[in-house]
Ligand binder design. Sequence first.
Ligand code: ADP
Ligand code: NI
Length: 220
Amino acid sequence: MNDTQIIAEAENFAKEQLGQDTTGHDWFHTDRVRNTAALIAEMEQADVFICTIAALLHDVADEKLNPSKEAGLDKVHNWLAEHLSDEGLIRHIMQIIETMSFSGGGGEPMSTLEGQVVQDADRLDALGAIGITRVMVFSGAKGRPVYDPEIPPRDESLQKEYRDYSKGTAVNHFYEKLLKLKDLMNTPYGRKLAEERHAFMESFLEQFYKEWNQGSRKLL
Ligand code: ADP
Ligand code: NI
């Protein structure tokens, strides 16, 4: 199989695995991450093939879609072993996906340029207009309110609390995670893309509070 055929097979595998997901890890998320990863890879002179395969498979191993993190990673490893013969390449891609699957709280930094590119692409999809849409959809699916002025944002680094969706709001997630991502970008081009999306979220929040508080100076 040539690279184009392997990529087509990875697309099919990801579609089949992610098709039914409603937690923000659907196929279109993967497709966007794959496109953004290729764009950043070109700008940063990273290996586009490795970035594309890692991006296509990055959510297949997600712990939310599998009985366990290990089971998810095994599934991805088996697929790679069936489609690639170069052990070094398989290890490189597995290492990216393993590191990304710990993104919820305090994972290790990405050690390869390709890993940095794919992680940037995944983070970018949590920002901007798409990012705002995903927070709202995710929050609705988890039964979290959009906003409550009485509930302050929490420290996101507390992994246990982070996955306890009952205690927070969609708007708090901006402060707990999304507004921090710009400064965590790995590559210069990824950061440049993040800045525009970050600014858009800030103006969204400004407008949100303006509308929320409009007319709240009670006259009676
Ligand atoms: P990733 O696997 O890419 O790190 P997550 O699984 O943490 O992403 O999140 C998937 C999407 O759901 C993201 O767009 C994220 O902003 C949103 N999301 C994650 N956790 C929360 C939360 N606690 N409240 C609201 N939205 C969330
Ligand atoms: Ni993702």
